[in-house]
Write a protein that binds this ligand. Structure first.
Ligand code: ARG
Length: 460
């Protein structure tokens, strides 16, 4: 029999039961649900709304249920719709009337708002911890490749020389922002909806500050309608995870490119690559491709929930039961992708010789050539034009800039001297880019140290 069957003359249609139930997925919230009920029951007892013996019986009953769920001894049933009613029904079956007093001054609406908020709060440090582990891997790898010259690209065309370390540390910056975004989300969500009731609070003399504090919140939410209607924290988490996946996906795309025969900048460890069923020579970067692909589902989770919420009048509507699956899916996806991505990067082999070779073709020292002339007194715009002409000449002759003879160079400008060859050396081009944040070793060392400090400050 249903908890709410009192006003009904007929049983629910079986198909309605199937549509209505959420226990198949919200059982994931059992811990939060019990924690919330423990705090609520204690407050009811302390405020004299239920007797102390009842409060104690409820606490004991709930702790027993928690133990049994964790031991795999509890079977939930769709007859009881969701995790909240399943646990309440179990409690009443075990302790009788006291169990029926638990739901005094409470509604499933504030209960689910509480459970879900606590779930999001619990997962944020898990994901942040995985991001910090990825940061550690990036710093470790970057430390080894601070002098490894590679072509930096714009439009996927070779542009200017950078180091592999600087390329890796660009991603480290993105992941650091992801961590702080999650921290912001955790800070903003930490207000307690419990005590909002169905929507309009309650006539019982409850103490919302007590439950908020007991559950580790900074304060009770200010408005009971908002308390049961707000899913911003879930949307913020999904937004943060979408941005995080976008970063991972861009990185994945580069890993895929770097593994190709066309680039061959890196090779993945056998444990983090896969083969083909027909082409014996293949070693595929499936991990990176899957991460890139799964980015789509996390975006979908965000779009799905935004769409669920967009037209809902205040306060609770059953549409909101659709909030959980996208969040669970996004959390599971991110928590699966991050550690394997970090391991993949940690175990890759880096072909610095191929990077250096690629950097050698494509005129990525052309800016440096123009800068050379500029430093000798030619206005930069003119130096740019002269260098452009030299590049065209090189292309026609199949040469690089540094392969031109001094005569050929001086035919373009008499400012060229012997020292131009030093200025055109890629290692020098890179080492001289000492502007803050640039690829010179002094700068990448600073970048690495700052991220290392960022990780240490979070003490995991
Ligand atoms: N299972 C519901 C959910 O996930 C819990 C709240 C239901 N409240 C209600 N009045 N039907 O949102």
């Amino acid at each position: 029999m249903k908890l709410w069957s009192g006003r009904f003359a007929k049983d629910t249609d079986a198909l309605v039961n199937e549509l209505n139930e959420s226990i198949s997925f919200d059982q994931r919230l059992y811990r939060e649900d019990i924690q919330g009920s423990l705090a609520h029951a204690k407050m009811l007892g302390d405020c004299g709304i239920i007797s102390q013996p009842d409060a104690a019986a409820i606490a004991e009953g709930l702790n027993g249920i928690l133990r049994d769920i964790e031991a795999g001894k509890v079977e939930f049933t769709a007859d009881n719709e969701d995790i909240h009613m399943n646990i309440e029904a179990l409690l009443t079956a075990r302790i009788g009337d006291a169990g029926k007093r638990l739901h005094t001054a409470r509604s499933r609406n504030d209960q689910v708002a509480l459970d879900f908020r606590m779930y999001v709060r619990r997962e944020i440090p898990v994901i942040a911890g995985q991001l910090l582990e990825l940061e550690r891997v990036l710093c470790r790898q970057a430390r080894q490749y601070q002098t490894a010259v590679m072509p930096g690209y714009t439009h996927l065309q070779r542009a200017q020389p950078i180091s592999f370390a600087q390329h890796l540390m660009a991603y480290a910056q993105m992941f650091a922002r992801d961590v702080t975004r999650l921290e912001d989300c955790a800070g903003r969500l930490n207000q307690c909806p419990l005590g909002s009731g169905a929507l309009a609070g309650t006539t019982y003399p409850i103490d919302r500050r007590q439950t908020a504090e007991a559950l580790g919140f900074d304060a009770p939410m200010d408005n009971s309608l908002d308390g049961v209607s707000d899913r911003d924290y879930a949307l913020e988490l999904l937004s943060d995870l979408s941005i995080l996946m976008m970063h991972l996906s861009r990185f994945a795309e580069e890993v895929i490119l770097w593994c190709s025969w066309e680039f061959k900048f890196i090779e993945l460890d056998d444990a983090y690559a896969t083969g083909s069923s027909i082409m014996p020579q293949k070693k595929n970067p499936d991990v990176a491709e899957l991460v890139r692909g799964k980015t789509g589902r996390v975006y979908g989770d965000l779009m799905g929930l935004l769409t669920v919420m967009k037209g809902l009048p205040l306060a609770y509507n059953k549409d909101m039961q659709e909030d959980k699956e996208p969040v669970f899916d996004a959390v599971d996806t991110v928590e699966m992708c991050l550690p394997v991505f970090a391991r993949m990067l940690d175990t890759m082999t880096v072909h610095t010789d191929n990077m250096r070779q690629a950097a050698g073709r494509g005129f990525i020292n052309a800016t440096d050539c123009a800068d050379y002339l500029t430093k000798k007194g030619m206005p930069f715009r003119d130096a740019y034009t002269v260098t452009g002409r030299l590049v065209a000449e090189c292309t026609a002759k199949g040469k690089t800039l540094e392969e031109l003879t001094l005569e050929e160079l001086r035919a373009a400008s008499d400012l060229f001297g012997e020292d131009v060859y030093e200025a055109l050396k890629l290692e020098n081009c890179m080492a001289l880019r000492r502007s803050f944040g640039g690829p010179a070793v002094s700068e990448t060392t600073g970048q690495i140290q700052r991220i290392e400090r960022f990780v240490e400050a979070r003490g995991t």
